[in-house]
Design a protein around this ligand. Structure first.
Ligand code: NAP
Length: 328
């Protein structure tokens, strides 16, 4: 049993990892900048921590054997986020070394075939900084992670479901290997036991190579949508990111960065990490997408029922107030 810290415990990857670590018998501490938002009652010790604040990190990393770094500062359109991310990673590596942490695990992004976008560059730099620190670091590089709550999933889902016609700019010919969150969680839990004499990075690809077009068309087909698909070679990446503003609910600056990162192939160097941990990624794109879509429908109906129960409770317990018209 290890004492583990999951930074970004409220995030998409972090929140999926927590129950798996608990189930594997580890002690789990998780961080958020707002403990009031943390889910209650799941055998996880929550601590408030901003990775930019040294004292927060010192408290969070005390007594920890293995620390997951699952934080990014991309949303909200901050122009200095790359600088902040470098500083946070440096500080994290230093404080972890002082606290006697034995291993850091980080989920980064796959290196693109051509020059990386600002976002991918920052993800790669964070990995380099952590790996250059004194604590052996395992960097696992994923391209698109499929699952409810993933920003990249939300973008493709919204593009495939909401547009009256499927716009396919030239850059959607870029290829990648999306991986399901369930497989990523296995990679992260087993990463605690991978022999690690020194820092290392591996790609964690899903089982299929798909282009952006394949992803959008398959998703639309899964939902039984028959919309015309239009190849629009003149639509630049930069222009394309503007229709995201109309289509997706995802934070726009994050969505824009993710699209800019997909202008060339995002293909793994190899899949040897899966051999290293004795596991084959099990989720095809279709199975992962179907599971995410079904989960979203279930969550929407639970929210709907919870909302209705809440309204009835309010009506039951609130005093009968005269309405404005009769109050006068
Ligand atoms: N989603 C994907 O498709 C994908 C693909 C490849 C790689 N990755 C990588 O996987 C990692 C996790 O991504 P994700 O999708 O889970 O992100 P996410 O859902 O956006 O979650 C981000 C987390 O970062 C925390 N955070 C942000 N700023 C912080 C700060 N200053 N101090 C402390 N915590 C902070 C947030 O926690 P609070 O707001 O609660 O503090 C939140 O839990 C990232 O390194 C990302 O690059 C993700």
């Amino acid at each position: 049993m290890a004492s583990t810290l999951v930074t970004g415990g409220t995030g998409f990857v972090g929140s999926a990892l927590l129950p798996a670590l608990v189930e594997a018998g580890h002690h789990v501490r998780a961080t958020t900048r707002d403990v009031a938002r943390a889910p209650k009652g799941n055998a996880v010790e929550w601590v408030r921590c901003d990775v930019n604040v040294r004292a927060d990190l010192e408290r969070a990393l005390e007594g920890i054997d293995a620390a997951y770094f699952l934080v990014h500062g991309m949303g909200g359109g901050q122009h200095d986020y790359a600088d902040k991310e470098r500083k946070a990673a440096r500080q994290f590596a230093e404080v972890a070394a002082r606290a006697g942490v034995k291993r850091i695990l980080y989920v980064g992004g796959v290196a693109p075939a051509a020059g990386p976008s600002a976002h991918l560059k920052s993800r790669l730099e964070v990995g380099e900084i952590l790996r250059a620190g004194a604590v052996p670091t395992l960097e696992l590089r994923a391209s698109m992670i499929l699952g409810t709550g993933s920003a990249s999933w939300q973008i493709v889902r919204d593009l495939a479901m909401r547009l009256p016609a499927m716009l396919l700019p030239a850059w959607t010919a870029s290829r990648t290997c999306p991986v399901a969150i369930e497989d990523v969680v296995v990679a992260l839990v087993r990463g605690l036991d991978v022999p690690l004499a020194a820092s290392a990075w591996y790609d964690i690809p899903g089982p299929e190579v798909l282009s952006g077009r394949d992803i959008l068309l398959r998703l639309a087909a899964l939902r039984g949508r028959r919309v015309p698909s239009l190849r629009v070679p003149f639509l630049s990446v930069s222009l394309s990111s503007w229709w995201l503003k109309l289509v997706t609910r995802t934070d726009f600056s994050l969505a824009r960065q993710l699209v800019l990162g997909f202008t060339s192939d995002l293909l793994p160097r190899d899949a040897r990490y899966w051999k290293e941990i004795g596991y084959e990624p099990r989720w095809t794109f279709e199975a992962a997408a179907r599971a995410a879509l079904e989960r979203e429908v279930t969550e929407r109906s639970i929210r709907g029922v919870a909302g209705k129960i809440g309204e009835s409770m309010v009506q039951l317990i609130s005093p009968k107030l005269p309405d404005r018209a009769t109050a006068r």
